[in-house]
Design a binder for this molecule. Structure first.
Ligand code: ATR
Length: 274
């Protein structure tokens, strides 16, 4: 029997994870299968239990279950504990190991694929929800000169600042608090792009040399990336690379092998743009 993995969420039909992991398994010669599971809003624990009972080895968890996955885990990696969210389960006997590979995927995409080292850079992280929280530790581990956390609702930015204060140099505020300051890397971790909206950013945050990175992706440039382009930013990236890199990190947790991601990213980019 093949080792069995799945992505679980609601909705799930749009998920690219089965395609990504099936491509990884062929590339690395792993005898495994990967499926998508739709769980009802109140049916997440039962669906996970059923998959484990059928012999499932691990899962990816997506919206809206990352917090429930965190609560269901019996062991957590440090990055999942600090993210307070789990996007990857590995079933080890009776234990459920919960990990969060989203932030590591973001960092790998920025550093390896986009060729922008984070060390000594000034980084602006927009948002203070689950997506931003998961990125903070992996970003700080690369030793930026400063990580500025900016959020529309300022107290949430201050709360994250306090929680991560011992891990690196952080400042926090609302968007206008950083008006007039330049940043090398500006990451949109708000959910604004989902609603085709734009955070009220200061145009002065961008320079021609900045990297503007949106964690979201769609078949056209997001409002955030369009805004960055209008400010003269040439280096723009959406979240497709992060999506593939977080998957590669999960694959590594399960199989101990790091798949190559470049061709998979290119494949998804052409799929999304058509
Ligand atoms: P996620 O898990 O995707 O991060 P979330 O926890 O609901 O989702 O957080 C959404 C984030 O996007 C928050 O930082 C939110 O700002 P508030 O805390 O002020 O609500 C941010 N956000 C959503 N839409 C936004 C918009 N149009 N402009 C600015 N920030 C926005």
């Amino acid at each position: 029997m093949l080792d069995s993995y799945a992505v679980i969420g609601n909705p799930i039909s749009h998920s690219q994870s089965p395609l990504i992991h099936t491509t990884f398994s062929h590339q690395t010669d792993q005898a495994m299968q990967y499926e998508a599971i739709l769980a009802q809003q109140n049916g997440f624990p039962a669906a996970v239990t059923a998959f484990r009972q059928q012999g499932g080895k691990g899962m990816n968890v997506t919206i809206p279950f990352k917090l429930e996955a965190y609560q269901l885990s019996t062991r957590l990696t440090e990055r999942a504990r600090l993210a307070q969210a789990v996007n990857t389960f590995r079933f080890d006997g009776n234990q459920i190991l919960g990990d969060n590979t989203d932030g590591a995927g973001l960092v790998r995409d920025i550093e390896s694929n986009l060729d922008v080292p984070i060390a000594t850079k000034r980084v602006l992280l927009l948002g203070a929800g689950g997506a931003a929280r998961g990125a903070i530790l992996p970003l700080l581990e690369q030793k930026p000169s400063v990580l500025a956390i900016a959020n529309r609702t300022i107290h949430k930015a201050h709360t994250l600042h306090q929680q991560f204060i011992s891990y690196g140099h952080i400042v926090s505020g609302d968007f206008m608090d950083f008006s007039g300051e330049h940043f090398d890397i500006i990451i949109n971790a708000t959910s604004s792009s989902l609603h085709d909206a734009l955070p009220e950013l200061s145009p002065s945050n961008f320079t021609h040399q900045s990297l503007a990175y949106d964690m979201m992706y769609s078949n056209k440039p997001t409002r955030f990336l369009e805004f960055a382009k209008q400010q003269g930013v040439n280096h723009l990236a959406d979240g497709i690379g992060m999506l593939v890199e977080q998957a590669a990190e999960s694959f590594f947790l399960w199989r101990g092998i790091r798949p190559k991601t470049k061709d998979v990213i290119a494949m998804l980019q052409s799929k999304v743009s058509t």
